[in-house]
Design a protein around this ligand. Structure first.
Ligand code: UDP
Length: 476
């Protein structure tokens, strides 16, 4: 379907992991389907100005970005208010600004797409007679858990993490109690209630968009379509439209990191990074540093100072760099000892570009969904090191279902992963037969992702189908 006459607004909650997939969806709608897109970004008075780091060019003329009036939730939160609860509050506070912004538009949007934190904007879509969609920018298994949580809430007593049996979701892979998403870790916390409400509201939209594709999530997608229980819970279409990808960067001057990669041999470098917000304890950073050093494997490591308030915080001194340039939170002399085979990048690197470079052969990642997709698109197998949100689920899926990752024996959020284990995982991924198999598997997925996105592919068709529904609604 060519949606050249359509105008779609996408509401995005604060946070890089949310903004990235929304900008990619906006670009996809504009470039592949000729849709005019307005991205409505919820901002807070204290959000760091980080979006410039993304370097995702959006289609001029077709994609507009509007920053909504900043919201302030400081009077609503307590020191222990968790992130999901905060995001839901921000979106609630933003509702008047969303309403007035849409109302002031000359060309009103025909459809409103919200991310899963924005489901309370449902009445606004109805008010302006817009088609309404939820974009869950992650995988289908996480989405199934979210949609089924209101049922689990009635069926299961006590904390999910204390259950002896796996959690059963109809037609889907069983969920290990310790893998549940962060808001399900404590049923007495406010963010759990927000999460259950989210699961209840999503099926009231006209459809769900997922940043995944048929081959990656076939079991869950089949369950949504064919399982009787699911058909009674989710009566709306589920559209797998991913993996959305970044446009190719225009040729320009190369970053120092890419120049360094240009000098390395094919698939010889492991890239180590824990997303836009992932931080490790001081003790874990030390073990990771020694693990990389022991592996003698070429690496690029995006490092951040350790988590504040960790028991071992005394390790963190006021000195920022040692005499050889080693950041103070890395072991003394680390840069000197690893300088001929490793590169330490403080805080931030152009990750998608790095994972696409032929010299990169492994990715140690916190398994955020964007990072996971970028790794698959680069054909790069992973060391799955989940930290927060739905990352434990993602890690299990990558290891057990897709066979494209190796993971530590213990959950890194529960116990420090020792240097010897890190060394072993790096060697397995980069040298071993096991690593070879994972590489083969991820390369097959890379090809299947490309096929899904190409014209006539499953994800391309699924997005066309959704746009056709919007156009049909307009005619009705
Ligand atoms: N990212 C990046 N450079 C960094 C860290 C993160 O470009 O140094 C990008 C990364 O490529 C991805 C996004 O930020 O697109 C992080 O999203 P993800 O879902 O992986 O994790 P989150 O940061 O939300 O935990």
């Amino acid at each position: 379907m060519d949606g050249s006459k359509l105008h779609v607004a996408i509401l995005v909650s604060p946070g890089m992991g949310h903004l990235v997939p929304v900008l990619l969806l906006a670009n996809r709608l504009a470039t592949q389907h000729g849709v005019k897109v307005t991205v409505l970004a919820v901002t807070t008075s204290f959000s760091p100005p980080e979006s410039h780091l993304l370097e995702i060019p959006t289609e001029k003329n077709l994609v507009d970005r509007i920053e909504l009036p900043p919201v302030d939730i400081s009077r609503l939160i307590k020191p222990d208010t968790k992130v999901v609860a905060q995001l839901c509050m921000m979106l609630r506070e933003a509702l008047p600004g969303i309403r007035s912004t849409i109302s002031a538009m000359n060309h009103r949007p025909d459809a409103l797409i919200v991310d899963h934190f924005g489901t309370e904007a449902l009445p606004i879509a109805a008010e302006f007679n817009m088609a309404k969609y939820v974009y869950v920018p992650t995988g289908a298994w996480f989405t199934a858990l979210t949609l089924y949580c209101p049922v689990l809430d009635k069926e299961i007593e006590g904390q999910y993490v204390d259950q002896e049996d796996f959690l059963k979701i109809p037609g889907c892979k069983l969920v290990r109690p310790e893998d549940v998403v962060d808001p399900m870790l404590d049923r007495n916390d406010q963010q759990y209630d927000e999460y259950v409400s989210m699961g209840t509201r999503i099926p009231q939209f006209d459809g769900i968009l997922l940043n995944t594709w048929q081959d990656l999530d076939s079991t869950t997608l089949k369950a949504f379509k064919e399982n009787e229980i699911w058909r009674s819970i989710v009566k709306i279409p589920v559209h797998p439209i991913g993996p959305l990808r970044r446009p190719v960067q225009p040729e320009g001057s190369k970053s120092a990191v890419i120049e360094w990669l240009d000098k390395q041999t094919n698939e010889s470098v492991i890239f180590v990074s824990f997303g836009s917000g992932g931080m490790l304890s001081a003790q874990q950073i030390t073990e990771l540093a020694f693990g990389l050093e022991l592996s003698e494997q070429k690496f690029i490591w995006v490092v951040r100072p350790p988590t504040v308030g960790a028991a071992d915080d005394a390790f963190f001194t006021s000195k920022t760099v040692g005499s050889d340039g080693t950041p103070c939170y890395l072991p003394e002399g680390f840069s000197t000892r690893t300088g001929n085979f490793g590169l330490v990048v403080p805080m931030w690197a152009q990750q998608a570009e790095i994972l696409n470079h032929p010299s990169v052969g492994g990715f140690m990642s916190h398994c955020g969904w964007n990072s996971t997709l970028e790794s698959i698109r680069g054909g790069v197998p992973m060391i799955a090191w989940p930290l927060y949100a739905e990352q434990r689920l993602n890690a299990t899926y990558l290891v057990e279902e897709l066979g494209i990752a190796v993971r530590p024996r213990v959950l890194p959020t529960k116990k420090v992963v020792a240097r010897e284990e890190i060394e072993k995982m790096v060697r397995t991924l980069m040298d071993d037969e096991g690593g070879k198999k994972m590489r083969e598997n991820v390369k097959k997925l890379k090809i299947s992702a490309e096929n899904a996105l190409s014209k006539g592919g499953s994800s391309y068709n699924s997005l066309s189908e959704m746009l056709k529904h919007v156009a049909d609604k307009l005619k009705a």
